[in-house]
Design a protein around this ligand. Sequence first.
Ligand SMILES: *Cc1c(COP(=O)(O)O)cnc(C)c1O
Length: 360
Amino acid sequence: MNKVYNFSAGPAMLPAAVIERAQAEMSDWNDSGMSVMEMSHRGSEFMSIAGHAEQVLREIMEIPSNYRVLFLQGGASTQFAAVPMNLLRGKSSADYLLTGIWGKKAVAEASRYCDVNLAADASERSFTEIPSPETWSLDANAAYVHYTPNETIGGVEFHWVPDVGDVPLVADMSSTILSRPIPVERYGVIYAGAQKNIGPAGLALIIVREDLTGEVVEGTPAMLNYQTHADNASMFNTPPTYSWYIAGLVFDWLREQGGLRAIAEVNRRKADKLYKAIDESDFYSSPVRADCRSWMNVPFTVADGSLDAAFLAGTRQAGLLALKGHRSVGGMRASIYNAMPEKGVDTLVDFMKEFESSNG
Ligand SMILES: *Cc1c(COP(=O)(O)O)cnc(C)c1O
C-alpha cells in the first residue's frame, strides 16, 4: 500500500499506531478469546475498556469531578435536540452564536423546543468571521448559550472562550475537541461526534455538569435524557462498544504524545505552515478572517477556479486525499486533525508550491 495522507473532514484519519494496535487486538483482546466487537457491554472485559477510556479522557482533558462523561450513539446531530430538551429547565429561550453551517443546524433543531435568540449571526458575512463580542445581544435570562467553537465547513474557529456570565455555555466541539487544552469548568455541556478527533463514527461524547441534568422538557424520550445515561454509566442500552474502545486507544495515544498541551503545539505549527503557504502566494487564498482561522479545517481557493479539478487530480496522484471543499463552499479544504502527521502538511505545502509554479 502506498503512503497516503487523508485530509477528510470526517470520518477522518486515525493515528497509525491506533489502527495497528486495534489490528493486533482485533480477534483476541487481551487473551479474552474474543474481539471487543463480540463482548457483552456488561461483562468485566468491556467494563474495564470503558472505564479506562473515561479515566484517560478525564486525565488528559482535566475534567472536574462534578462533570459526567457520556459515551452515546446518535452523533453530534442528536445533541442539537438533546441540548434544549435537557437544558431549558423551565425557561423558554436560548441564545445561539451563529458562525457557520453546523450552528445553523443546531438552531433549526432548537427552534422546535424554544425561542432561539441569535445573539450573534455571521451569516451575512458568509460565515467567514466571528462577530465581535461587543455586538452580541446576550440575554441574561437565556437557558443557555450555544456555540460551535470550530465550524468544520467554513473553517472558522474561536481561539478563546466566550464570556457569558452565569448562563451555562454549551459547545458543539465535534471538530476541535482534544486539539488543545480547554477549561472544561467554563462549560455547562460539551458535546462532540467522534469521527473527527476521537475515533470511529457512531459515538458521541457528552461532558455535562452534574447540576444541569435531571430536569427535561416534557415528552423527552429516555434515550435523550442525560440523567438516564448518567445514572446508567452510558449503558442504559447497548452503547457503541467498538467505537468506545477505539476512542480509548486514541486517548492512550494522545497521552503518549504528551497530552493536549503537546498536541496543541503540533496543531498550531501545522496550521501556521499551511496558512503561511496560502498567504505568501497570490495564487491561493483563504476566505476566513485571519484571527478566526481554524487549526483543524483549512478551506482555500485557487485563484483560477477552473484549475480546481487539476489541483484535486494532482493531489490524489501524490497520495493527498479528500481535499475537495465542502459542496456548499467549493474550492479546497484540508482537514488537519490530531492524527494528521506534520509530514502530511509539509507534503501538501510542497505540492501546492509545485502546482503554482507549473500553473501560476
Ligand atoms: C461533523 C459535525 C457535526 C455532525 O456530526 P454527526 O456525528 O454526523 O451528527 C456536527 N457539528 C460539527 C461541528 C461537526 O463538525
